[in-house]
Design a protein around this ligand. Structure first.
Ligand SMILES: [Zn+2]
Length: 676
């Protein structure tokens, strides 16, 4: 078969030839690419010469190139332009791909060669980037048990299997409990306070469930508006309590035992691999490095934010009190916060949207990138795309040198998943004289244009565009030798720095003046609106910070010590929460039993990174604020030490080169209005 995926693309900039790729090409292409990659690995393993960095690590790094390109095209399509057929292929090829990568990770001969290089690294005179690549590969094997003896390996596989089952069960229980609950309202007076759209959605839900009246559930799109707007306090209490007692009801979906089993198994696994706790194991490959550092980070922030949190609490409680609520409770919080917000800011999306026409915002993003990093964006029409909505750009530097291809796919449609993300179709790397430049894409679900109106973004959508574009800059400006250390291939608690820092420009008058112009009159956004945006973005930030810290501390409590003697989930949780609780405890509620981030998803010992990333971006942006938000010297430092460097050094080293010091929490406290 003439399969375009298996041939040289022969396209402009070597871009993906979407117009000639058919679904039937994928599976045979994957099979063929996997076969070839296996041969490449075999030839590394069977090399009769002594292992060297070049014949082992570098050879491995540049093997499987075809798989990577086919995978990126295929899985990006599966996210942005999927259909039943693509989903079916995904189900067929995903196991093949994980089998292939497992075969590599469990390949003893390959590990022996890598280990030899690792243990004799001095003789290879490696530069920093090469050392990072060596360490990354060595650790990937070791953290998967490669250094254990056979009996220990069997034990590790058993724990892994058990953990996979436990975390799956945890998630299924949360889902079952979420789905099992519904609040049915038959009395129209009980809907008081709810916006019309929310009431309509509740009616639709009732129709779907073939019930009379209006239905609310524990899913966020139903739950959050009810807690924000429903005047009926007893119903808010009822729904809030149901929400917070998921998998904590002593029924067959109860997760208390699963929580204990999960933390014990994780601890056992960490010990087997030589780490004191699960958190030590996880944090070894994070910028924060140790549980001690994470705990002191969280506690430091807590100490500094606590009085602001209490002030916030008192402010909202006062609004509630004026409404006759003497004992301010959890289920009053969002409701009265909304009332206070309305009173203070009265800022609604409709007032802001005319200033944020998509094309203007995108041009603003381009202009800012030019001012900071000398990048030029030119829309081009000679590159294949997977959908007509996609825009394609050629990116060059100030000398006209080609830097990257940039794809932008903005509007929702059937076959695109929700949310917004950055991704790539081709990674950046260097081989000999060749510098392979990347193909970067951002995919969003923004407000669509209509026949009479262009796409006008909410302010939230504006910050989302800046966020994803910040990730895209990390990809486009990448300039490293090895693809697995390039661009966004960095430690997990470092990857949001380029994206979050870029959001800061949306709040600066100097930057907004470049693009925030009324789509009809061309008038710049009024300063008073900008100030309101700033103020409202800090609204009740003390309370929000406290909440994030409480989750981070709970996560570290579960994973940063020996859990053997923990017997009661709720009691343990209350101890962990002791310093962070503003509201009275609700005895029938428990957070841990539905804390999917850390017990089902990949955030165990990682919840802190939300705040960590904010601290980083605030501290880094402070450098710009000190010298001007378009200061070339700072921008160049950021580009040279962070945006172009990927994972070629430890993040803290990169950061210190940019900033001259470790990050401190002060800039965040200042930005969020949490000081004194
Ligand atoms: Zn992000």
């Amino acid at each position: 078969m003439n399969n375009p995926l298996l041939q040289n693309f022969n396209t402009k900039y070597d871009t993906a030839p979407f117009s000639i790729i058919e679904n039937k090409h994928f599976k045979p292409a994957f099979l063929d690419a996997i076969k070839n990659a296996k041969l490449e690995v075999d030839s590394i393993v069977n090399n009769s010469n002594q292992p060297t960095f070049k014949n082992t690590l570098e050879a491995l790094e540049f093997s499987g190139e075809k798989i990577n390109r086919i995978s990126s095209i295929f899985f990006n399509l599966n996210s942005a332009e999927t259909n039943d057929e693509i989903q079916k292929i995904a189900q067929e090829v995903s196991p093949l791909l994980s089998e292939f990568s497992n075969d590599i990770r469990l390949n003893k001969e390959l590990f022996e060669r890598i280990k030899f290089v690792f243990e004799n690294k001095e003789q290879f005179h490696l530069n920093k980037e090469q050392f990072m690549l060596l360490e990354k590969n060595y650790k990937a094997f070791v953290r998967n048990g490669a250094n254990l003896d056979e009996i220990e390996k069997i034990k590790l596989r058993k724990i892994d299997k058990k953990l996979a089952q436990l975390t799956l069960q945890f998630g299924e229980n949360v889902l079952a409990e979420t789905n099992a609950y519904e609040l049915i309202i038959n009395d129209v007076s009980q809907l008081k306070g709810l916006p019309e759209g929310v009431i309509e959605a509740a009616k639709l839900l009732a129709d779907e469930k073939e019930t009379e009246g209006w239905v609310f559930t524990l899913d966020y799109p139903s739950y959050v508006p009810f807690m924000t707007y429903a005047d009926n306090r007893p119903l808010r209490e009822k729904l809030a309590k149901a929400f917070a007692s998921k998998a904590f009801q002593n029924n067959k979906y109860d997760n208390q035992n699963n929580v204990l089993e999960i933390v014990r198994s994780r601890h056992e696994r960490a010990n087997l691999l030589g780490y004191p706790t699960h958190a030590h194991f996880v944090l070894e490959e994070r910028m924060a490095e140790t549980p001690e550092k994470v705990k002191s980070f969280l506690n430091d922030l807590l100490k500094k934010a606590k009085s602001a949190a209490k002030n916030d609490f008192n402010k909202v409680a006062a609004v509630a009190k004026a409404d006759g609520i003497l004992k301010f409770q959890k289920w009053d919080s969002t409701y009265y916060a909304e009332k206070l917000k309305k009173k203070l800011f009265d800022l609604d999306d409709e007032k802001l949207k005319p200033y944020f026409q998509l094309e203007n915002v995108l041009n603003g993003v381009f202009t800012i990138s030019q001012l900071l990093y000398d990048l030029q964006f030119e829309e081009v029409f000679d590159i294949d795309k997977y959908h007509n909505d996609v825009k394609t750009f050629k990116v060059t530097d100030k000398h006209g040198e080609f830097i990257a291809v940039f794809y932008a796919d903005f509007f929702p449609r059937k076959g695109k998943r929700n949310g917004a993300w950055m991704t790539s179709y081709k990674s950046q790397w260097k081989k000999g004289k060749e510098n392979s430049r990347p193909h970067i894409s951002i995919v969003c679900n923004f407000t669509k244009p209509t026949n009479t109106k262009p796409s006008l973004l909410t302010f939230n959508e504006v910050t989302t565009l800046f966020h994803e574009f910040g990730h895209a800059l990390h990809g486009m400006l990448a300039n490293t030798t090895y693809p697995n250390l390039s661009g966004t291939n960095v430690y997990w608690d470092f990857v949001e720095l380029p994206s979050q820092i870029f959001e800061n420009w949306c709040f600066e008058k100097e930057a907004l003046n470049l693009f925030a112009k009324h789509y009809k009159t061309g008038e710049s956004i009024p300063m008073q609106l900008v100030q309101k945006i700033k103020d409202s973005s800090n609204f009740l930030e003390g309370m929000a910070t406290m909440r994030q810290l409480s989750f981070g501390l709970l996560d570290m409590a579960w994973h940063g010590g020996d859990p053997t003697n923990i017997l009661n989930v709720k009691e343990f949780e209350n101890q962990a929460f002791a310093d962070t609780q503003l509201f009275p405890d609700v005895a029938e509620n428990c957070m841990s039993t539905s804390f999917s981030h850390i017990f089902q998803g990949g955030y165990s010992s990682g919840y802190y990174s939300y705040k960590w990333a904010e601290v980083l971006d605030a501290d880094a942006f402070e450098a710009f604020k000190e010298k001007g938000i378009f200061n070339k010297e700072i921008a160049t430092k950021f580009k040279e030490n962070i945006l172009s460097k990927g994972g070629t050094s430890k993040p803290m080293e990169l950061y210190k080169k940019f900033r001259g010091k470790e990050p401190s929490v002060d800039a965040l406290l200042k930005r969020a209005g949490l000081t004194g």
